[in-house]
Design a protein around this ligand. Structure first.
Ligand SMILES: *[C@@H]1O[C@H](CO)[C@@H](O)[C@H](O)[C@H]1NC(C)=O
Length: 242
């Protein structure tokens, strides 16, 4: 038996003992931290009002966090009342092992009308234009292809969506974050009336923000319904996870 093989066996034995005795070895391989920031990716989309946009992406499996903000313009530090040439946008932080840019694109196309010029429904103006922001050539390629497919579906109407390289994203003011959820004091209370800063970062709040707007995929919408009903039945504990 080679020395290498013996060493290997010893390491295996050490692991077995570790398991048996529940000794905590530092083992990075066995316990990937699913929320480790380095595993997350970020995408930015503009598809009309950012209140709604946050809710559109919030409860997709793999989406960890959404932030409403401004992107696509040249003015530094835009604000809601003076956003100049920026578009209302949503920044989506996601785990690429659970959802991909391509699936986010599908959600983007199916949740607004990219053929509308100068706005979405009652929201009129340049700030509501449709944009896919891309980080690098691979995302640009996917975005261009999906736009072509959308154009084919739209027949003679022109798809107005811009495809831009991702530039600075400016988070919007606190009152615009998780806007849909904030319309529901009961749910805010159910998750423990988080301070604003925590609310903005909370994955749970991100999901409930989509739920309140009834923009979750139907199975997830039902799952959250059931969970909340269960809590109400049991009394008045706090909702910690979904
Ligand atoms: C763009 O992608 C690169 C490589 O994946 C990443 O390091 C970088 O943080 C991304 N930029 C933004 C703004 O997300």
């Amino acid at each position: 038996m080679s020395l290498f093989r013996i060493l290997n066996l010893m390491i295996l034995a050490a692991f077995a003992i570790d398991r048996a005795l529940c000794i905590r070895f530092p083992d990075r391989i066995h316990k990937p931290d699913s929320d480790a920031p380095e595993r997350l990716k970020t995408a930015v989309f503009a598809l009309g009002s950012f209140w709604r946009s946050e809710a559109v992406f919030g409860c997709l499996p793999g989406v960890v966090r959404t932030t409403a903000g401004y992107a696509g313009g040249s003015k530094p530090n835009p604000e809601y009342r003076s956003l100049a040439d920026h578009a209302e946008s949503v920044q989506v932080e996601y785990d690429p092992r659970l959802i991909g840019f391509r699936e986010l694109l599908d959600v983007f196309w199916s949740n607004h009308d990219p053929r509308q010029v100068y706005g979405q429904g009652p929201d009129v103006g340049n700030q509501y234009r449709s944009i896919v922001f891309c980080n690098g050539t691979e995302e640009s390629r996917m975005a261009a292809l999906s736009k072509e497919q959308e154009q084919t579906r739209s027949r003679s109407s022109i798809v107005t969506t811009q495809i831009l390289q991702l530039g600075p994203f400016y988070p919007a003011e606190p009152e615009h974050q998780k806007f849909e959820l904030k319309q529901n004091p009961f749910l805010l209370q159910l998750i423990g009336n988080l301070p604003q800063e925590e609310l903005e970062k909370s994955t749970l709040a991100t999901k409930l923000n989509g739920y309140v707007a009834e923009l979750c995929p139907p199975d997830i919408q039902r799952h959250i319904d059931a969970k909340i009903n269960d809590i109400i039945k049991k009394g008045w504990p706090i909702l910690r996870e979904l």
